[in-house]
Design a protein. Structure first.
Length: 115
């Protein structure tokens, strides 16, 4: 089974930027959907940004215009570029891939936005 490993989480000041990476151990070119979710302290896991197999991207309203999801098929990697970070973006970010009827999750990477 394909494993997902996130990286790039860090402590950053408000207004700063981070790029998260999700490296898959195998090909994800057949995935129906992939994307990023986040789980803030005391809250449920919510969608941040997703790719559909057809290439459609969707973003949570709270991150539109600030976050960009992208992928590198050759490297089996999904990225999340996060700009103008706010304190409310503080969360553990999880990579997600839906492939062959299975939801795959990474272990998460922590993003803390604080001055």
């Amino acid at each position: 089974q394909v494993q997902l490993v996130e990286s790039g989480g860090d402590l950053v000041q408000p207004g700063g930027s981070l790029r998260l990476s999700c490296a898959a151990s195998g090909s994800i070119s057949s995935a129906n959907n992939m994307g990023w979710f986040r789980e803030a302290p005391g809250k449920q896991r919510d969608v941040v940004a997703t790719f559909s197999r057809g290439g459609t991207t969707r973003y949570a309203d709270s991150v539109k215009g600030r976050f960009t999801i992208s992928r590198d098929n050759a490297e089996n990697t999904v990225y999340l570029q996060m700009n103008n970070l706010k304190s409310e973006d503080t969360a553990v970010y999880y990579c997600w891939v839906y492939m062959y009827g299975t939801n795959l999750w990474g272990q998460g990477t922590r993003v803390t936005v604080s001055s």
